[in-house]
Design a protein around this ligand. Structure first.
Ligand code: SF4
Ligand code: SF4
Ligand code: FES
Length: 337
């Protein structure tokens, strides 16, 4: 049955009226008017968590700036998107992040906003030394050391590599909570990761900071799919970047349907030099909303094992009871097929 049509409401954005359906957010109204609005923790396929505050706007009658990604539009609202107050607030958010986090792999939009808002991360001084591997994970709330003020605080630390499928490079983490949302009620309902610690020591952690193989993680990779800064990355991409062979310009993206089960998830195969190097799914796909399971996300590796026996072994390694080579052998009756 069709849903009843929604009432339309008028909102004033920078002096011009925009009409949006009831229930829309201010960000929806801004996008309807094509106002370029920075967002970091917001994603179409996740519940807004208001973590980053980079999308703030000035709302007539409101004492504080409001996050446009979460604030519902109401008829008669008057919104300013480019006031000095808004620009200063957005610049500070981007500047604090850029001074303490490695944003070099953030998407083009983030780099453009850094330039548009005149972000000067250098003014906080030279960065403090990176933390040794695992040291940040041992910090307890309220026990953090007092900075001496001569260096810019940083979340720099070595990459966590503890499994064959994806790595966690938390020196790139802006603590946007997207991975936590995707692992939780918004997609996976596994709850393998959460935020531990407080203040500058806050970080994404597994329960009791165990390694991923020891955690509840089921390797769906949905956290990677939503991470905006490259903090979570396919191991294939990580290894190629380390080896200097990762080349996005040389990659093609082929859309296909996952062959593993009957759900029919849309896959985007990122291919370089005739090898699949990572897999994603479109955010606007009605089946996946960008989310996949371990087989769709990482099962591509068996495609690249050219011999049928290799393919079979790879499929078993992913927990797939019957791989393609099994099927060939069963259908032909030839165990060596
Ligand atoms: S891979 Fe999936 S289960 Fe594991 S932490 Fe990421 S979202 Fe959670
Ligand atoms: S790991 Fe990525 S998705 Fe998770 S909080 Fe950090 S930046 Fe956000
Ligand atoms: S994008 Fe709106 S609070 Fe982060």
């Amino acid at each position: 049955m069709l849903a009843p049509p929604k009432r339309l409401i008028d909102v004033e954005i920078d002096g011009e009226t925009v009409r949006v359906p009831e229930g829309a957010t201010l960000l929806d109204a801004l996008r309807a008017k094509r106002v370029d609005t920075p967002t970091l923790c917001y994603s179409e396929n996740l519940t807004p968590v208001n973590a980053c505050r980079v999308c703030v706007v000035e709302l007539e009658g409101s004492r504080t700036l409001v996050p446009s990604c979460a604030r519902k539009a109401e008829g008669g609202m008057q919104v300013a998107t480019d006031s000095q107050r808004v620009r200063t607030s957005r610049r500070m958010v981007l500047e604090f992040l850029a001074s303490s986090v490695d944003l070099s792999l953030a998407n083009d939009d983030v780099r453009r906003w850094i330039s548009d808002y005149g972000v000067d991360a250098e003014r906080y001084g030279e960065q403090a030394a990176p933390a040794p591997l695992g040291e940040r994970d041992t910090r307890h709330a309220g026990h953090h050391h007092e900075p001496d003020g001569t260096r810019a605080e940083t979340v720099a630390q070595p990459v966590k590599v503890d499994n064959d499928l994806y790595v966690r490079d938390y020196e790139r983490c802006i603590l946007c909570y997207k991975c936590v949302e995707a692992c939780g009620v918004d997609a996976q309902n596994t709850f393998a990761i959460a935020v531990a610690g407080r203040g500058f020591d806050a970080r994404i952690s597994t329960e009791f900071d165990v390694t991923l193989p020891d955690s509840a993680c089921v390797y769906c990779g949905n956290c990677i799919g939503v991470c905006p800064t490259g903090a979570l990355m396919f191991k294939s991409e990580h290894d190629m970047r380390e080896g200097g062979t990762w080349n996005e310009e040389a990659q093609t993206v082929t859309e296909t349907i996952c062959p593993y089960c009957g759900v029919g998830c849309d896959l985007e195969l990122h291919v370089q030099d005739n090898e699949i190097v990572k897999v994603s799914s479109p955010l606007d796909n009605s089946i996946t909303s960008g989310h996949l399971c371990i087989k769709g996300r990482f099962g591509f590796q068996f495609v690249q094992n050219r011999g049928p026996k290799d393919a079979d072994a790879a499929a078993r390694g992913l927990g797939i009871v019957e791989g393609p080579a099994d099927r060939i052998a069963r259908d032909t009756g030839d165990p060596d097929a």
